[in-house]
Write a protein that binds this ligand. Structure first.
Ligand SMILES: NC(=O)C1=CN([C@@H]2O[C@H](COP(=O)(O)OP(=O)(O)OC[C@H]3O[C@@H](n4cnc5c(N)ncnc54)[C@H](O)[C@@H]3O)[C@@H](O)[C@H]2O)C=CC1
Ligand SMILES: O=C(O)[C@@H]1CCC=N1
Length: 255
């Protein structure tokens, strides 16, 4: 996920490349960042954050307790901490100190400038901190300010969301394959369908249900498809999936 953000902000020159330092425990990842984006890299978290104005925490939430003490110990007192970690509350990061934390829940389409991110201020974050986070994430897609208690829902909707869309595409393409369509052609048609449907909804301002109704001729092919989805409880399953993702995000808060 960090790569998607680095690619976007460096590509859009929101941040100068020489001002970005990426840390990782994987030498391969560091080489990838260095050769792919020209950023500085380091295997030393504490060293890298020592002179950083903004520290973006992008390890897995489960690793946070292991890495945070060394990072926190070398943070500049006025550093802003931007966390993209799912679940971990800003108060847990600040751990009783007045650390300025902004939580961001981005998604991987940021890599191609089409991201969707929710941004929430922790207790000590300022308006300027929120603006900076919006500028960083706004460079790689849509960025919306939300309350911190809404971040678990944003995680379920747009953080995990690309995976649901890819799941739908996987399923559509499996079906196309079974119907004997050539793979290259079905890939292009399926992608244009998803992008086109999203664009139509965006540009028309109409509700999804209304746009769906307009495709569904009485007694026609779409009705046959939608009826099958309804019979099999797909809508309920999608709702349950988002609620499960939100619940998991809340669980991650407790480690
Ligand atoms: N993948 C996604 O679509 C999204 C992920 N996130 C959040 O982003 C964070 C990272 O997730 P991914 O990018 O998917 O995981 P990832 O596993 O691809 O990246 C995590 C990186 O952290 C590195 N790492 C592990 N231990 C480290 C340490 N001690 N010091 C420095 N680096 C270390 C790993 O080598 C790896 O390159 C998570 O907290 C996740 O909740 C948020 C939104 C979307
Ligand atoms: O699956 C996860 O936990 C992360 C957070 C949102 C997307 N990926």
């Amino acid at each position: 996920m960090a790569e998607a953000i680095v690619a976007g902000i460096v590509g859009n020159e929101v941040v100068q490349v020489e001002d970005v330092c990426v840390t990782d425990i994987s030498e391969t990842r560091l080489e990838h960042f260095e050769s792919g984006y020209g950023v500085r890299t380091s295997a030393n978290n504490a060293g890298a954050v020592a002179d950083a104005d903004v520290v973006v925490l992008s390890v897995k939430p489960q690793i946070f307790p292991a890495v945070w003490p060394e990072i926190e110990a070398s943070l500049k007192p006025d550093a802003l901490v931007v966390s993209i970690m799912a679940g971990i509350p800003s108060a847990k990061i600040a751990s009783g100190k007045p650390v300025r934390v902004v939580r961001v829940m981005p998604n991987t389409p940021s890599l191609v400038g089409e991201g969707a991110a929710g941004i929430a201020a922790g207790e000590f974050a300022t308006e300027a901190d929120l603006e900076l986070a919006c500028k960083l994430l706004g460079a790689v897609g849509v960025a919306k300010i939300v309350k911190e208690e809404e971040i678990d829902a944003v995680t379920a909707l747009s953080g995990s969301g690309p995976a649901y869309v890819f799941y739908l595409l996987e399923s559509m393409l499996e079906a196309a394959d079974a119907m004997g369509l050539e793979k290259g052609i079905s890939r292009e048609l399926a992608l244009a369908t998803v992008i086109g449907a999203a664009k139509l909804m965006q540009e028309s301002g109409e509700e999804a249900a209304e746009l769906r109704r307009k495709v569904t001729s009485k007694g026609g092919t779409t009705a046959a498809g939608i009826n099958t989805l309804e019979e099999r409880g797909v809508k309920d399953s999608v709702i349950a999936a988002l609620l499960a993702a939100q619940a998991r995000s809340k669980e991650l808060a407790n480690g």
